[in-house]
Design a protein around this ligand. Structure first.
Ligand code: ADP
Ligand code: ASP
Ligand code: MG
Length: 420
């Protein structure tokens, strides 16, 4: 007998027929003698619809009320799944975020999970009742409903798995695992049977939305065994397993797997580029820009600063989340007299393309290969950042798909057989 957490995403929960398919899978695990908790997303498109309602209600909506609205999508699907499970003869009940409760910080719309009370939950599961938990939602100390940021149900699932000390956390989605890149963009992408926490964390943080970044960070910290697999297909890998296992570095070595230089490629179209023209070139100048942005909790990603060719002023370019562009421009305008720049330019028609792989640590030339492959296709690079296991470049959004495909081929990641 194992204790398992199963998480089903929006596409898997979109409509009663699909919920029945989910319930069949859950029932199978329960009938095999496992203790089961299920974490569900809202139906595909529902959270977008609810967000849009808030925007229409007021452009300056109260984030606490936004959370009340957007958390409702998961309440619907958790109740529906409990009903369908019961109709199939299973013992099941829903546990909303506030009922468990799942305690979070009060950072509305991007709250962090603190603790989860598991006493009652474990009791119910031990008595053979399937616990259905809405993902994405929690409760502050003051008793207000919170949500965890888009894609947050993955994090709910991993947090529940860590709290109940589950043997496995299975993330069921609309693809059958983690691929070398988004298989919807590159049909020749290859499925990875195993990927390390570290690489998955980096891939997720640069745009591979198959798992929310925070969920991977939490799984790594708590050593939760996460598997990504399909809600719709049951095909097995050559090694007999289904989907992709997220594992520690040691397990890759134990499995004697050949290390690829590059594990995966991701793209992100959610950033905006901002350029401050003619910033005075003096000590402390950059601090006057990024201090106020940090105070406003705006995350800056890539930064490029040129040398001052005239010895007096230089341009500073950086990226922020697209959703934060308006606030960024507002902050910069208010700080104009302290920063002393001439003007501000911005561009949302950009994309960040990243290549990730632990093999980079011991191999020079990865970035050079990337720059050459893009140059050969006439793709201009506007900014660059690197970490120990990642190189990211900023390009014109129109070239996103082409860049991902070209790099996928350049690093030898294409699978054989299938046409591109
Ligand atoms: P869910 O609703 O189940 O949470 P998401 O839409 O959040 O599903 O995530 C699954 C999607 O992630 C896939 O449909 C795929 O297009 C996308 N994706 C992006 N990068 C990758 C990757 N490297 N491997 C697999 N899927 C990826
Ligand atoms: N329903 C939420 C979203 O669309 C959370 C999730 O699906 O993970 O972002
Ligand atoms: Mg998701």
């Amino acid at each position: 007998m194992s204790r398992i957490v199963m998480k089903f995403g929006g596409t898997s929960m979109a409509g009663i027929e699909r919920i029945r398919n989910v319930a069949e899978r859950v029932k199978r695990e329960a009938e095999a003698g496992n203790e089961v908790a299920v974490v569900v997303s809202a139906m595909a498109g529902e959270t977008d619809r609810l967000v849009q309602f808030c925007r229409e209600a007021s452009s300056l909506y109260d984030p606490r009320e936004y959370d009340v609205v957007v958390a409702s999508g998961e309440q619907v699907t958790s109740g529906l799944l409990a009903i369908v499970l019961q109709s199939m003869g299973c013992k099941a009940r829903s546990w909303l975020g506030w009922q468990l409760p799942i305690r979070t910080s009060d950072a509305h719309a991007s709250a962090r999970i603190g603790t989860i009370d598991t006493g009652t939950l474990l009791g119910a599961m031990a008595a053979g009742e399937i616990a259905v938990i809405p993902g994405f939602q929690g409760l502050t100390e003051e008793g207000r409903v919170t949500t965890l940021g888009r894609g947050g149900s993955d994090t709910s699932a991993v947090a529940v798995a860590a709290a109940v000390k589950a043997d496995r956390c299975d993330i069921y989605t609309d693809v059958d695992g983690v691929y070398t890149t988004d298989p919807r963009i590159v049909p020749r992408a290859r499925k990875l049977s195993r990927v390390t926490y570290e690489e998955m964390l980096e891939l997720a943080s640069v745009g591979a939305k198959v798992l929310q970044t925070r969920s991977v960070g939490l799984a790594m910290k708590e050593r939760v065994r996460v598997r990504v697999l399909s809600s719709f297909e049951d095909a097995r890998n050559d090694d007999g397993h289904r989907g992709t296992l997220i594992v520690g570095d040691d397990e890759i070595e134990e499995a004697g797997m050949e290390r690829q230089l590059i594990t995966g490629i991701a793209h992100d179209k959610n950033e905006a580029k901002v350029t401050l023209v003619a910033v005075p070139d003096r000590p402390g100048a950059v601090a006057t820009i990024f201090g106020p942005l940090a105070d406003a909790s705006i995350n800056v990603d890539m930064i490029v600063q040129n040398v001052a060719s005239d010895g007096k002023s230089t341009d500073v370019t950086f990226t922020v989340p697209r959703a934060e562009l308006a606030r960024t421009l507002d902050v910069l305008e208010k700080a104009q007299s302290t920063i002393g720049h001439l003007s501000v330019r911005h561009d949302t028609k950009i994309a960040k393309i990243s290549v990730v792989g632990v093999g980079m640590r011991s191999h020079a030339g990865v970035a050079a290969q990337m720059f050459k492959a893009l140059a050969d296709r006439g793709i201009n690079i506007q900014a660059i950042t690197t970490s120990e296991i990642k190189v990211s470049v900023l390009i014109d959004e129109d070239f996103t798909e082409l860049a991902v495909r070209v790099l996928h081929t350049a690093y030898g990641l294409d699978s054989e057989g299938e046409a591109a």
